[in-house]
Every structure is written in C-alpha cells, then in structure tokens.
Design a protein around this ligand. Structure first.
Ligand code: GAP
Length: 516
C-alpha cells in the first residue's frame, strides 16, 4: 500500500484542489451553507455551520490574542500597546462622507442591454484583433477551453493565439460596439461604464426619507477613527498605539464570487496603528513582518503566501500620498497559479483623522506629553478578512488522499482545528460508552472535543478526517481491562495504544510537534 499523501507531497505534486470539492465538503460536514438555502439562497451571503463557526472563532481568537491580549514585542524590546473596540455597524452617515465612501467607494460597471446582467468593468477580458469585427468578452477567470468553445459558437477561429487579451478598462468606449458580451452572441449590447456605490443603505427610524438614510459599514476601520479620541481620553495609551476591532462589514459587491472569498456580508479583523509621521516606514515594515508570521504560525505554508505592493493605479483614496499598500496574498485554488488578497497593510497617512476633524469640527490632534509637539498621527493599518482567512485555512488544509475511505482529510493546524480530538466507543454497547463518556467529560474541560457514538468505526474515522480532527481515541474491550485506548493520528492514520491517564500529555506533546 502506498503511503498516505501528506500536505508536503500534495504541494510537491502541485495538485490544486478543486473548489467544487471544497464547497461540497464544507456543506456536507457543516462548515459553510448558502444563506437562505431553502428559499433558493441569496447571492453573496453565507451561513457558518456548527464547525465553520468554531473554525472562524478560533481564527478570530488567535488574531485577538496576537493583537490585544499578548501584542507583539516592538522594536524597543517592549510589548506594543493595542486596545480593543467593538463599534456600531451603523454610524452617523456623515462618517461616510468624511471617509470618502459616499463619494468614492464604487466600482465601474457595465450593463448588458440584452440580458440585463451587470459586470464589473475591470473583471472582463476582451479578445481583440485588428482582423475581427467582433471582439468576444469573458469573465476574467474563464478558462481557455471555455473561450475556445464560445469562439466556435460565434463562428470565429477558435485559436486564442490569434487574439490579444485585453482588460475592458483598457478599451475606449467607442470600441464597445464591436464587443460581444459574456452572455450574448451579438455585439453592441454593453453600456458605457457607470460608477456603482458599494455601500448598503437603510433608513433609521420610522420615516424613510432621504434625511433618515444611513449606511451599513463597508469597513470596521471607521468606527476606530471615530473612537480614537475616546480611547485616548479613557485609557493609558500613548502614541504609538493601536486600536483593534473584529466585526461584520457589508459591501454590495457587483460580482460576489468564489465561495466566501468575495461576499456581500463578511467579517474583518482590522487594527489601526497610530504613530508619528516620521516613523511610518519602521512600523509598516514591523507590521508586515508580524502579520506574515501570524498567517504562517496557523498553518499557511510560505510558498502559498506572497507579499505584493499595490501599483499606483490600485491605490485607495487614503493611501495615495503615503507609502501605499502592500498585500499579503494567498494562492487560492481559483487564483492558482496566481494569488488573491488575504490582508492589506496600508499607510492611511493622516487622511481619516484629518477628514473627521474637518467634518466634525472636533480637534483630533495628539500632543506628545514629553516634547509637547502637536500632530495628527499617521496610521498603518493591517486589515485582514476573517471570513476570507477561513477560506484560506480550509483550502490549505484540504488534502486529497485516495488511501483512506473519505478520500480526503483536512490537515488543519491544531490551533485552528474546530475539534482537537474525538472520543469513539468502538461499539454503542454499554461496555464501551460509559468509559468513553468519562474520558470525554474530562477532556472537554481542556479542549474542544467530540464524543461520537453513531455509525461503524470506519465511517466515524472518515468523518473526523473530513472535519480535520487531529486525534481519535477509541475505547474497546481492552480499555476496560487495562485502562488504555487506541489513538489514531489524522495525518498518518497510524494507530498506537496509550494509557487513558496520559491522553492529555499525549495531545499536548503531539499538537506541539504538529505545530512545528
Ligand atoms: N479598512 C481597509 C479595508 O477595508 P480592504 O482591502 O477593502 O481594506 C480588507 O479590506 C480585507 O477585508 C481584505 O484584504 C479581504 O481579506 C477582506 N475583504 C474585503 N472585501 C471582502 C469581501 N467582499 N468579502 C470577503 N472579504 C473581503
């Protein structure tokens, strides 16, 4: 029998897991469900099931620990200062005028007059050629086979090499008459691009007039800027310091896609680091390193992570004047061999505080207690997606293995695995269940563990493999005689016999080994 496939062998064979299989496993095992599924779902919204919420909470808690509970040691050898916050999702709408979101938080859209479908201009590629009078457009992730099929259908030469692939943003609107939209067969149905604001709005109170309009926050960051002065006045922090927040954000994304990667309701983990303008470079580099270390420490392999500096054309309104933004990107199956953004580390300059100072007429200057210097702090912002992080962790863990009944296991780092161990009575008989229950009752005080009694043992191992439980402890006849259990290791499927009273020590040692 060949050896079980490990994450390492999977990487070296460079097999990219199929998103369809990942989405199916997430549904089958209770990680992520389509929202409102019994009503046909709602595009861009997802629900986190019993295991998904555990996984998400584990990632959330580890981020909070790194940022707030035990923040990293700074360049001076002392822990940096970061405090937490939980601000409202709905704020005074002036917030979003000051932040630039009312005026500027939009994507360029083109509509198809024939199908009424709407596309993000920058997500369409067009096959252009001097010799062709029709230029077919495709979604940017369309595969070559799909493109060739469509060319054939249009009665055009199916050799993609005869055309140039150009992003729609690069074409002049005067050429749109030649373009065949992605979901039609005739040219000339795409409209000129229009800006579409991504903020969801609602009305506060009983009168739904324009004056009662408010927005669901599109980022958690602004709640931090609004409370910057409250935090300074009520706690002992001094610049440089950070305010961290985790919570929901809402964006009416034009094309939500790739499972939970780009959704309309999602969660962010953001920290605004307030520092002296002369120190931004030092802190940008510091946070870049710390945040990369974080993702690696919870199991994202370094060759699936890259750092990328934003180009000038991608800079946000707040980052234009400063050091810009650098992303930590992950190689998701749908971006491979390329990468997709997991976290951005932006220099927001003094943009937000200055804007809020002007719009609110409240002084937001900081006075250095030692030098008496007054200044508006600059901000370095590590902003990560919590739900996008969950997707990266699931993609990383997904390990096909034809040598086991489930055909796949989730190779979660032990710190984020929703269940650290499962206790399995070999049979549902009285001989095994009481002892298994006793072990479970003891272990659950220390770890998130599962007591699983139903089905045959093979099916239960398969289930635990698919949910990424590092260890299964099986209670059998021998357990009652000599106080031992069988332990099965998720990654190797190796089985050992260990004493029941050493289970906790065993788990601690083995999890430390797995964590590396
Ligand atoms: N405060 C800065 C900010 O919001 P961003 O790059 O727009 O920056 C930060 O968002 C992170 O939030 C992204 O790196 C990504 O992980 C996550 N994110 C953004 N839009 C998302 C969406 N529609 N669905 C899921 N996650 C998203």
């Amino acid at each position: 029998m060949s050896q079980p496939q490990t994450a390492e062998t999977q990487m070296s064979e460079n097999t990219t897991p199929d998103m369809k299989d990942i989405v199916a496993l997430c549904k089958r095992r209770g990680f992520v469900f389509p929202a409102s599924e019994i009503y046909g779902g709602i595009n861009g919204f997802w629900d986190y099931g019993p295991l998904g919420v555990e996984l998400k909470n584990n990632l959330r808690d580890l981020w909070w620990k790194q940022m707030v509970t035990t923040p990293p040691i700074g360049p001076d050898g002392q822990p940096v200062q970061i405090v937490g916050l939980d601000s409202s999702i709905i704020q005074n709408p002036k917030t979003w005028e000051a932040s630039g979101h009312v005026g500027g938080f939009s994507d360029p859209m083109v509509d198809c007059k024939a199908t009424k479908l709407r596309y993000r201009q920058d997500h369409l590629i067009v096959l252009t050629s001097d010799k062709a009078d029709r230029w077919p457009a495709f979604h940017e992730e369309a595969e070559d086979s799909e493109i060739s099929k469509k060319l054939k259908k249009l009665g055009m030469p199916s050799d993609i090499g005869l055309f140039e692939k150009v992003n729609l943003t690069e074409l002049d609107v005067s050429t749109y008459a030649k373009i065949v939209g992605p979901d039609v067969n005739d040219p000339g149905t795409l409209t000129e691009p229009k800006q579409f604001n991504l903020m969801f709005h609602t009305f506060v109170g009983a009168n739904a007039t324009e004056a009662d309009k408010a927005y669901l926050r599109p980022e958690t960051a602004q709640g931090i800027f609004l409370n910057y002065k409250n935090v300074l006045d009520s706690s002992r922090v001094k610049v440089p310091f950070g305010i961290a927040q985790i919570g929901k954000a809402f964006r009416n994304e034009v094309t939500p896609r790739n499972f939970i990667f780009r959704s309309r309701e999602f969660e962010q983990m953001e920290m605004e680091w307030f520092c002296h303008p002369d120190e931004v470079e030092k802190w940008r580099d510091f946070w870049f390193e710390e945040r990369t270390k974080f993702w690696k420490s919870i199991g994202l392999q370094s060759d699936n992570l890259i750092m990328r500096k934003h180009g000038d054309d991608e800079l946000s309104h707040y980052a234009k004047a400063g050091l810009g933004t650098s992303d930590i990107e992950y190689r998701f199956p749908f971006t491979a061999p390329g990468y997709g953004e997991l976290e951005g580390i932006a220099h927001r300059c003094d943009f937000d505080l200055t804007q809020h100072q002007e719009h609110s007429k409240q002084k937001l200057e900081y006075m250095d207690p030692q030098t008496q210097e007054k200044f508006i702090p600059h901000v370095i912002e590590p902003a990560a997606g919590l739900t996008r992080g969950v997707l990266a962790l699931i993609c990383e863990a997904y390990t096909p293995d034809p040598n086991r009944p489930s055909g796949v296991y989730l190779n979660f780092h032990p710190s984020i695995a929703p269940k650290k161990a499962a206790i399995l009575p070999l049979t549902a008989k009285d001989d095994h269940v009481p002892l298994a229950t006793k072990i479970y009752m003891d272990l659950r005080e220390h770890y998130a563990v599962d007591l699983d009694i139903k089905q045959n043992i093979g099916k239960r191992y398969a289930r635990q493999d698919e949910i990424g439980t590092p260890f299964c402890f099986t209670v059998d006849d021998q357990s009652n005689e000599d106080g031992t259990v069988t332990v099965r290791h998720r990654n190797t499927m190796k089985q050992d016999r260990i004493a029941i009273d050493t289970i906790r020590d065993y788990m601690e040692k083995e999890m430390a080994l797995m964590a590396g």
